[in-house]
Design a protein around this ligand. Sequence first.
Ligand code: NAD
Length: 303
Amino acid sequence: MQVGFIGLGHMGQHMARHVAEAGHNVAAFDLRAEAVAQLTKTPNARRASSVAEAASGAEIVFTSLPGPPEVESVVSGPDGLMESMQSGTVYVDLSSNSPTTVRKLHAAFADRGISMLDAPVAGGVIGAEAGTLSVMVGGDQATFERVRPVLAAFGARLFYCGPSGNGAITKLCNNLSSQAQIAAAGEILSLGVKAGVDLEILASAIGQSTGTCRAIVDTFPKQLFRRHFEDPGFTSILSAKDTHLAIEMAHEFGVPMPIGEIVERDKQEALRRGWGPLSPDVFVRLQEERAGVTLEYAKQTTP
Ligand code: NAD
C-alpha cells in the first residue's frame, strides 16, 4: 500500500521502518530532518518534505506525535491532513491522544469521506523496535479490518476497542494503571526500607509474591534502584501528559479518581522540578523525600 507516516520519534521511527520492511511504500515526514534521513535508509521508505507531501497519493496516513496539540496542528493546520488527504483513504493516529480530540477529528474527517482510527500503542521503544507492540484501536470496525495487515507490521497484539475514541480511552487507562502502580510500589518500598529491610531483599520478596507488579520486577531494577533516569525511551513529559489526559477524561465522565489525582499531583511536581526529560518513574523521588529514604541499591538511608 501507499503509506504516509508523520512523526519519526522514539516510536514512529521503528513503526515506520516495520511498515516499509513489510513491503509498503512509505513517504515519511518529521520536523527533524535527521529522523527522516535515518528512516530513508530503509528500502521502500522515502522522504516527504511536508505533511501534504506525505499524504499525497497515500491510501493510509499514520501520525505518531507527542499529543493533542501536535496532532491538531498536523491535521488541521495549513496544508494539513484534513486538506491534503483524499476521500476514501484512512487516517490512523498512533499517538496517545485525548478521546475528545480524537472524536472531534473523526467527525471532521468523516465529513470529507475519510475514515479515522485512533490506534495508540503500548510496549515502549523495545516493543516498537521489535515490532511487538500492543495496538488499541477505536473507530469503524470494517476500517480496522482493512488496515489490520499494516498494523500487524509493528503490532503483535491488536485490540479492537469499539467506536472512535475507545482506543485512546483504553490507552489512557493502561498508562494510568502503570503510573499508579509505580506510585504505589514506590510508597510501599519506602515504608519497608525505612522500617529496616534491605531494598534488594524487600523488592525480591515482594516481586515474587502476591504484591508484585511490573514496577518492582522490571522498571525499578533498571531505573530507580540504579538512579538511571537519563536517556529514556519514554519521558516524564509524555507520561505526565497521559496522566493529565486520563484525569481530564475522569472529570469529563464524572468519575472520582482519588488515586489518579495523587499520581497527577506528583507527576506535575516532577515537571516543575525540571525532571521532564527523565524516565517516568523519577517522580518516586518525591516519595523518597517525604519518607526520608533513598531506594537505591546498596545505598539506602535507613534510621
Ligand atoms: P517523540 O517525542 O520521541 O517523537 C515525536 C516526533 O514527532 C518527533 O520526532 C518530533 O520531531 C515529531 N513532531 C512533533 N511535531 C511535529 C509536527 N508538527 N510535524 C511533524 N513531526 C512532528 O515521542 P515518542 O516517544 O515517539 O511518542 C510518540 C507518541 O507515542 C506519543 O503520543 C507518546 O505518548 C506515545 N507513546 C510513546 C511510547 C514510548 O515509550 N516512547 C510508548 C507508547 C506510546
